[in-house]
Write a protein that binds this ligand. Sequence first.
Ligand SMILES: Nc1ncnc2c1ncn2[C@@H]1O[C@H](COP(=O)(O)OP(=O)(O)O)[C@@H](O)[C@H]1O
Ligand SMILES: [Mg+2]
Length: 243
Amino acid sequence: MMPRLRDKNQVRQWIEKGKKLPLATQNYPSRGQTAIQELYQTKIGKLFLKKVSQRNHQECQIDPKSGTLAEREYWAFCLASFLQLKVPELILLDSLTTVQIWFDLPDGRQYTTAQKPLELQGDNVFNCALFDWLTAQVDRHDANYLYDFVKQEIILIDSGHAFLKYNGSLPDYLRIFEAAYIHELHRKRASTLLDRINKCSRDQLEKLVPLWNVEEKNALLDRQQQLKNRDTIADIIQLYRKG
Ligand SMILES: Nc1ncnc2c1ncn2[C@@H]1O[C@H](COP(=O)(O)OP(=O)(O)O)[C@@H](O)[C@H]1O
Ligand SMILES: [Mg+2]
């Protein structure tokens, strides 16, 4: 499928002509961290706009000069698309604002609260874990992935807390997988996503994720190397525990 969010002005126009939908932000544990969040019904479907504030960066001790949360979320999207990991398409409108396609799916927290525990697919979990390790994602709680309950697959969203120089924290879905799928932890997995990570050249990686902070740039290259020869979910969990 061709990307739909390519032209900033066109996206702005779709939003201007769209209808703003109600979006609960208060008394809603998984929402409301990012300063401005708006959902619009537009001619191409629902679009979700997020604008981060200075305070969002202060709270997370991120220097916006080295890449704002919005820019980091956009770079994560660019890398995910390049690696062919399914995530909602996203565009950067300005250095603080992203717009993305809204999927009509619950996040992990909504699903487990209203329905039942997640049923997971090992190959999907492995690919998400590869991506979260590579990008040093530090905020993968259960409201930062959607749950496709038909395919029983998770879809990563809100990947802005990434590409920092410290290592990622263990993603919530790995905790679930480790507890509920013990017999699958050591199963060897052939992943075309891992092949693409391995084949991605330094130049290509730097183009997709244009970090200028040398420590952050080197941390990303190191994490790419650390994924060599990892072919089980237990291998990825071990990376986290060693870090
Ligand atoms: N593309 C999307 N499709 C469907 N729901 C989404 C999407 N992006 C975010 N959400 C929902 O909105 C919530 C808040 O969005 P998120 O990007 O996590 O913002 P925040 O930075 O405030 O944590 C998510 O926990 C999820 O429930
Ligand atoms: Mg979030």
